[in-house]
Ligand binder design. Structure first.
Ligand SMILES: Cc1cc2nc3c(=O)[nH]c(=O)nc-3n(C[C@H](O)[C@H](O)[C@H](O)COP(=O)(O)OP(=O)(O)OC[C@H]3O[C@@H](n4cnc5c(N)ncnc54)[C@H](O)[C@@H]3O)c2cc1C
Length: 321
């Protein structure tokens, strides 16, 4: 509980930091409507930068809330940021230069960059909301999301750097640069470096045994010299199988079905329920898989330990793996 609360407080402080800073060090306000519009943009940028951190499966964050809550929060904050950034030009226009800011064509390029941001944001949000209704497969949606999200952030950075007076403050430039760098590092680490590391040292499929109609248990042994880390029963991991080239390579999450008491292998028991899992029975011994985990808080052991810890007081046990 305290673990989650401290992270929430930290999140709120980081997201609102530029607002406090501009109020403290910035020039006198330009009227309440313009100031609110500007603050919406400042907060929107900070939220979008932190979205990359939330999506990067950082265990320090995930451990406190669980993966599902984190992903739901990520979605909620995406909508919040989009709402704030869409209101930003309306309020700025209303408070100052008028509607030509919205409908005029003779505008400086940073304003056009801002307009493109809004368009890409709307596309990104709508694709997320209607993904299954427009039958956009998860992998295609994720590729689009991975292209749109960094593009949006780069354009916001350019827009705010070249148009906003607030970015004349050295402290604000530091925050903007730092947050952009953080988002970039998280993105590259999560989408390229970690997967490539795991791909270079994959687990090996020891067996793929049919348990019932449409259900298989895949047993995976770690690479030479690597041991299986701690995990709780009920936690899950992400697996990416590398099999016959004709079979799809996709990352999916499955509960770890092996006992944490043994340290020789990991397994997952997988039901064929869609296009990818329909191929799971074609997994062969000797195939390999990238393993990322464990994640999740859905474990009786974890809740038992939390209860005991509450009864015994702080420091009664070491927390989750
Ligand atoms: C934390 C977690 C643990 C899981 N553990 C297991 C497990 O131990 N064994 C197992 O067989 N499956 C498990 N699943 C579900 C598994 O991830 C999906 O069945 C699989 O990703 C579907 O991939 P697909 O491309 O074959 O199916 P798709 O074509 O993507 O979907 C086929 C069907 O599966 C459903 N589905 C797809 N993704 C999910 C999801 N994330 N959660 C629930 N239903 C989904 C869809 O609604 C659809 O009905 C788990 C899911 C989560 C979130």
């Amino acid at each position: 509980m305290a673990m989650g609360l401290s992270r929430i407080v930290l999140y709120v402080l980081i997201v609102t930091l530029p607002v406090w800073l501009v109020a403290w060090l910035g020039e006198e306000g330009e009227g309440i409507v313009t100031d609110v519009g500007r603050n919406f943009a400042l907060i929107g940028f900070m939220i979008l930068c932190l979205q990359f951190l939330l999506a990067a499966r950082v265990k320090w964050i995930e451990r406190a809330f669980g993966f599902d809550i984190l992903i739901r929060f990520h979605k909620t904050m995406a909508l919040t940021a989009a709402g704030l950034l869409l209101l930003h030009p309306l309020l700025i226009a209303y408070g100052g230069p008028g509607w030509k800011l919205l409908i005029g064509l003779d505008l400086p390029w940073p304003i056009w960059a801002g307009k493109v941001v809004l368009l890409l944001l709307i596309v990104n949000v709508l694709a997320g909301i209607f993904q299954s209704r427009i039958k956009l497969g998860f992998e295609k949606w994720r590729l689009g999301h991975d292209l749109l999200a960094p593009a949006i952030l780069v354009l916001i950075l350019l827009h705010s750097w070249f148009i906003g007076d607030d970015l004349e403050l050295a402290a604000m430039q530091g925050i903007w640069g730092g947050m952009f760098l953080l988002a970039g590092v998280m993105f590259v680490q999560h989408r390229f470096l970690r997967p490539s590391r795991q791909r270079r040292r994959p687990y090996r499929v020891e067996s793929c045994v049919q348990e019932a109609e449409d259900v298989w248990t895949v047993k995976l042994v770690p690479p030479e010299g690597q041991s299986i880390g701690e995990y709780y029963p009920g936690q899950f991991h992400f697996l990416t199988f590398f099999r016959d080239p004709s079979l799809p390579v996709e990352e999916h999450h499955w509960t770890i079905s092996s006992s944490p008491a043994q340290k020789d292998y990991l397994s997952s028991t997988i039901k064929a329920s869609g296009d990818f899992t329909a191929t799971i029975g074609q997994t062969r011994p000797g195939d390999t898989a990238a393993v990322h985990g464990p994640f999740g808080r859905f474990s009786y052991r974890k809740n038992l330990l939390c209860l005991r810890s509450a009864e015994d007081g702080p420091g009664a046990h070491q927390d989750a793996p």
